[in-house]
Design a protein around this ligand. Sequence first.
Ligand SMILES: [Zn+2]
Length: 125
Amino acid sequence: MAKGYNTNQERLAEINRLGKELAKRAGFCCEWCGSKDDLRSWDQAPEREPELSGLALLCGRCRDLATGAAADPNELHTLRNALWSDIPAVCEGVARVLLRSGQPWVREAIEESILDEQTRHKLLA
Ligand SMILES: [Zn+2]
């Protein structure tokens, strides 16, 4: 069996294991928009060892946004509160989606957010 396959299976098993804790942290709501639809863990950094801070519990719609679906401007405002999360997968992940929209208020919202300076620079560069 190829090594990549094994590693991938192990990753998925690890993410499943973290899933319960993640759901509890999230209060069984989407950590970006608060929806309760089709919640699943989303992995912000698939190239890294899975850990709770790199995972967010997201609804189906937010997972689509995370993987590049275009958001409509009204929808983006419902995501704004997630910028105040201290969990990297929640605030950085949502910051990327917001920035991609190119809405004028986004940069300002990110500058006001509690993201650390290094991350803000990286995002706004
Ligand atoms: Zn959502």
